[in-house]
Design a protein around this ligand. Structure first.
Ligand SMILES: Nc1ncnc2c1ncn2[C@@H]1O[C@H](COP(=O)(O)OP(=O)(O)O)[C@@H](O)[C@H]1O
Ligand SMILES: CC(=O)OP(=O)(O)O
Ligand SMILES: [Mg+2]
Length: 406
């Protein structure tokens, strides 16, 4: 890495999308950002915003067959702005990797052995890790000389005590198949819990925070003094909260029941719980904006979906309050958490005895800034703290390559 190389490209490859950002870590400037969606479909779309030049957002709507083609298209868009992957100013590429098992507790410099290890984790992350690996392979082919770093969703949660991380099933079977609770969205939980401490004017070590990451995937975490002590996702990102298309917690016997009595295969049940459940399964919509619109029109199915979503959320707030004993703040983040005031209001309603109160006026304010929405007298702060997984991945990537080259 040369001293002028301060830029980091962040790649967040999902099952059918790639989100990316190019950041300059010298000043934190965002130079470009974009999204490729519906990869593998006829209607693939790439949207690229050249932030450095202040140019207009560019869109390509044309079939993009796979993640490798997506990344090559992203490289072309960056090159068109003079920000190509061949730039000597590029210090590293940071990859979000969803499942790092128990072994990856830190951001990791990618080698062939690391790729092989991420591959070995595919059985426990079939939707996510294959896309992450393709992203890594393609990026390495484009710039074989450049350091590439894997930043794992699971890393922040590796501090969970065994009492929280283990399922109460036969130990030998569990260990033989690596069945335990790993947790996900860790980069977001780490970033948001730190930002929440900052908002309270305290060091992360001084505060206990419940973080509610409510995006398409959703998870809660209990963070004691900057370390995760429990989180709602488990072996896979299916456990826990009600999500856009995932059920979250169900009695595991639902699976046996459907297999034995509904004639469904394991793959069909997998798809049911991951893709046709949650909000979309309950009311046909997974976007909270649309659900709120329907509720305003008196739609009872949308109202019930909302109520089930909020009921689960409230249960986890209560559970993590008990896990932590003392709570300094509850922080809402990601698409729903940052934008849906009615979700925040309903999740905290009735918890005054726990010191949790939301001020309706503050809750109604729309802003992209981290902010408190609880009244000054409240014993527990309630906050809205925008997450920034890309910035956090870039920061961790840059810190690692700077340390290696120093
Ligand atoms: N203005 C809004 N009001 C309510 N919900 C919103 C709003 N904007 C986004 N959302 C919700 O946020 C979700 C996307 O969250 P996001 O964190 O971007 O998800 P992901 O990163 O998992 O794709 C949408 O599906 C929608 O439900
Ligand atoms: C792990 C996970 O659920 O990720 P996402 O929210 O991006 O689907
Ligand atoms: Mg997200």
């Amino acid at each position: 890495m040369t001293s002028t190389a301060t830029r980091v490209l962040v790649l967040n490859s999902g099952s059918s999308s790639v989100k990316y950002q190019l950041l300059d870590m010298a000043d934190g400037a965002r130079l470009a950002a974009g999204l490729v969606e519906r990869i593998g479909e006829e209607t693939s779309r790439l949207a690229h915003t050249p932030l450095a030049t202040g140019g207009d957002k560019r869109e390509r709507v044309a079939p993009i067959a796979d993640h490798a083609a997506a990344l090559n298209a992203v490289a072309e868009e960056l090159a068109a702005d003079g920000l190509g992957l061949d730039s000597p100013e590029l210090a590293a590429i940071g990859h979000r990797v969803v499942h790092g098992g128990s072994q990856f507790t830190e951001p990791t410099l990618i080698t062939d052995e690391v790729v092989a290890e991420i591959e070995r984790l595919i059985p426990v992350a079939p939707l996510h890790n294959p896309a992450n690996i393709t992203g890594i392979r393609t990026a390495r082919a484009l710039r074989p000389d450049l350091p590439q770093v894997a930043v794992f969703d699971t890393a922040f949660h590796t501090t969970m005590p065994e009492a929280a991380a283990r399922y109460a099933i036969d130990v030998e079977t569990a260990d033989a198949h690596r069945v335990r609770r790993y947790g996900f969205h860790g980069t977001s939980h780490a970033y948001v819990s730190r930002k929440t401490a900052e908002l309270l004017g305290k060091a992360p070590e001084e505060v206990n925070v419940i973080v509610l990451h409510l995006g398409n995937g959703a998870s809660a975490s209990a963070v004691r003094g900057g370390r995760c002590v429990d989180t709602s996702m488990g072996l896979t990102p299916l456990e826990g909260l009600v999500m856009g298309t995932r059920s979250g917690d169900v009695d595991p016997a639902v699976i046996f029941h459907l297999a034995r009595n509904a004639g469904m295969s394991v793959d069909e049940i997998d798809s049911l719980l991951n893709k046709k459940s949650g909000l979309i399964g309950l009311c046909g919509d997974n976007d909270m904006r649309e659900i709120r619109r329907r509720i305003d029109e008196g739609d009872e199915q949308a109202q019930l979906a909302f109520d089930i979503y909020v009921h689960r959320l409230k249960k986890y707030i209560g559970a993590y309050y008990a896990v932590l004993g003392k709570v300094d703040a509850v922080a809402f983040t990601a698409g729903v958490g940052e934008n849906a005031a009615p979700v925040r209001e309903a999740a905290v309603a009735g918890l005054e005895e726990l010191g949790l109160v939301v001020d309706a006026g503050l809750n109604g304010i729309r802003s992209g800034e981290a902010r408190l929405i609880s009244p000054e007298y409240a014993r527990v702060a309630v906050a809205v703290v925008p997450t920034d997984e890309e910035l956090e991945i870039a920061a961790q990537t840059y810190a690692l390559v700077s340390a290696v080259s120093a």
